[in-house]
Design a binder for this molecule. Structure first.
Ligand SMILES: Nc1ncnc2c1ncn2[C@@H]1O[C@H](COP(=O)(O)OP(=O)(O)OP(=O)(O)O)[C@@H](O)[C@H]1O
Ligand SMILES: [Mg+2]
Length: 253
């Protein structure tokens, strides 16, 4: 099992959209996927299920409680989700009071890597959707993941902020898988220039594949479908598939 978190400390860069589309592509390739929604906004939860469970806050604050109380099936046979609720916004200070060992134990329990795994064997990939700002709780979860991937929207300030993002990832001790561009407009010369700047800032951690700025991607989310499900023949759908393949390769197949 591989666990991946999608993170950027900036809001709206496409973390949730990427989690949805990557999860869909992985499932399409016969992988069993668990999405963990750690964002109190619950966007991924609402996308994947009509009846989210509200047990995650309890599983995060009581070491003996199984995350199963927050796990739901989705309308996709190969995708399950641990759903979030607004309560997540209120439990960080409670979580912070645990010792580092207990925090790590709880985080591994959620991600499925504890010594006594609740369900590690069941999933090929765990995909974590994070809120834009990290706190003690979300940092512990990132620390328990194998890789972090960063979706970025091209912009001068966003690129200048990248060392801060990679610094946070390395302080969590997690491998930085790479950074990919979301909402890329390849017809815009400024975007092409900014992509060069991103490459010179990040070197080989700049991923080759990207998600285009696309009505298909935007509308598909509103219709609660992944882009490839909504319009499988489009460039946007192809980009989702290619990006996922690159992620799988980076994670070692
Ligand atoms: N490639 C894309 N093309 C067009 N619209 C997109 C694309 N990616 C995301 N969007 C739109 O941008 C908005 C923000 O995307 P999303 O919610 O995935 O970002 P986020 O990083 O999860 O935000 P937050 O930080 O609030 O959790 C949404 O309205 C989404 O539909
Ligand atoms: Mg989000």
């Amino acid at each position: 099992m591989k666990s991946l978190a999608l993170y950027n400390n900036k809001g709206g860069t496409g973390k949730t959209t990427s989690v949805i589309n990557i999860a869909y592509q992985l499932a399409l390739a016969d992988n069993k996927v668990l999405v963990v929604d750690l964002d109190g906004q619950g966007n991924a939860s609402r996308f994947f299920t009509d009846s989210p469970k509200d047990g995650l806050a309890q599983a995060l604050t009581q070491p003996v409680v199984s995350p199963d109380i927050a796990r739901c099936e989705t309308r996709y046979p190969n995708i399950d989700i641990i759903t979030s609720t607004q309560d997540l916004n209120n439990i960080s200070s409670q979580f912070e009071q645990f010792s580092p060992e207990v925090r790590s134990e709880i985080a591994h329990k959620i991600i499925g890597y504890s010594d006594d795994p609740w369900y590690a064997a069941d999933y090929d990939y765990v995909l974590v959707d994070l809120p834009p700002a990290l706190n003690c709780l979300t940092e512990s979860i990132v620390s328990a993941c194998d890789y972090v991937f960063v979706p970025i929207e091209l912009g001068l300030f966003a690129i200048q902020g990248i060392p801060n993002v990679t610094g946070i990832i390395s302080s969590c001790g997690t491998k930085f898988g790479g950074c990919f561009v979301n909402k890329f407009d390849r017809e815009n010369p400024a975007d092409l220039e900014l992509f060069e700047l991103l490459k010179s800032t990040l070197g080989d951690k700049t991923m080759q594949n990207y998600l285009p700025c696309s009505r298909v991607i935007k509308n598909s989310i509103s219709y609660r479908t992944a882009a490839s499900e909504y319009m499988s023949w489009t460039f946007a759908a192809e980009c989702c598939a290619k990006l996922t393949r690159e992620i799988v390769e980076i994670c070692g197949g």
